[in-house]
Design a protein around this ligand. Structure first.
Ligand code: PRP
Length: 224
């Protein structure tokens, strides 16, 4: 590995799949192990000797970039909103990984109104977005009881761990399959190119060139 290489952090899972055509369009070609689902490697070389890729959890992309361990990353706007890291600059909306962050509850719950004060004493929310959740309910004047989960959120209302969840919804099929319904959309989500602000100053030529390669893959109106 070249220790001077820039590191691009990419999220595992479904956003990674959506990123592959983008990488290709930006002429960033990862080594073959990157595409091998059985490979245990986490850091990969690319066709650019000055650029490596790391593959981490979506929330960790923001953390690696905020601390400057990775100079750049691709990260959901949900994660940026949750952490609100001041050291991250997000110049491009890559317009992949589109979904929404929503509040959901059991489909057979009669009351669909979160504004109803009668519900407030019993609002317990399972989520991996504690900060967004706190802010969302604080705006309604409600102090929600938050249960931190990292996946399979939809089980929480079914098993009475919580009465609400705040999670990503794309097609809605996970909610439906688990007997849940959306109550309110908090925000629409898509993936962004993110850059560590210090790296942008110290390695501006290399980072700007890479940003430009991503920018050129997008229609002009996608620039955030
Ligand atoms: C996400 C999210 C929901 C599901 C929604 O999970 O947490 O569970 O997708 O998608 P849908 O509306 O199309 O059913 P994901 O599968 O990405 O895995 P995760 O639990 O590891 O985040």
């Amino acid at each position: 590995m070249n220790n001077n290489s820039l590191i691009l952090a990419l999220p595992k899972g479904r956003i990674l799949k959506a990123c592959i055509p983008l990488l290709e369009a930006a002429n960033i070609i990862p080594e073959p192990a990157f595409f091998d689902a059985d490979s245990r490697l986490l850091r990969f070389k690319t066709n650019d000797p000055g650029l490596d890729i790391i593959r981490v959890r979506s929330f960790d992309v923001a953390t690696f970039v905020a601390f400057g361990t990775a100079s750049l990353g691709i990260c959901g706007s949900d994660v940026l909103m949750e952490f609100d890291y001041p050291d991250i600059y997000a110049p491009l909306n890559l317009d992949v990984g589109r979904c929404r962050l929503s509040v959901a509850q059991l489909a057979n719950t009669k009351d669909k109104n979160l504004e109803d004060p009668a519900r407030w004493s019993q609002i317990r929310v399972a989520t991996k977005y504690p900060n967004i959740t706190r802010r969302f309910f604080a705006k309604k004047g409600v102090q929600a009881d938050i249960v931190n989960l990292h996946g399979a959120m939809e089980l929480a209302p079914v098993l009475k761990l919580s009465n609400l969840i705040i999670d990503l919804v794309d097609t809605g099929s996970t909610l439906k399959a688990n007997g849940l319904q959306e109550v309110e959309t908090i925000v629409d989500v898509s993936s962004r190119l993110i850059i560590n602000r210090t790296a942008l100053k110290t390695q501006s030529a290399r980072i700007n060139a890479l940003t430009e390669r991503f920018r050129q893959t997008l229609p002009p109106q996608s620039i955030a």
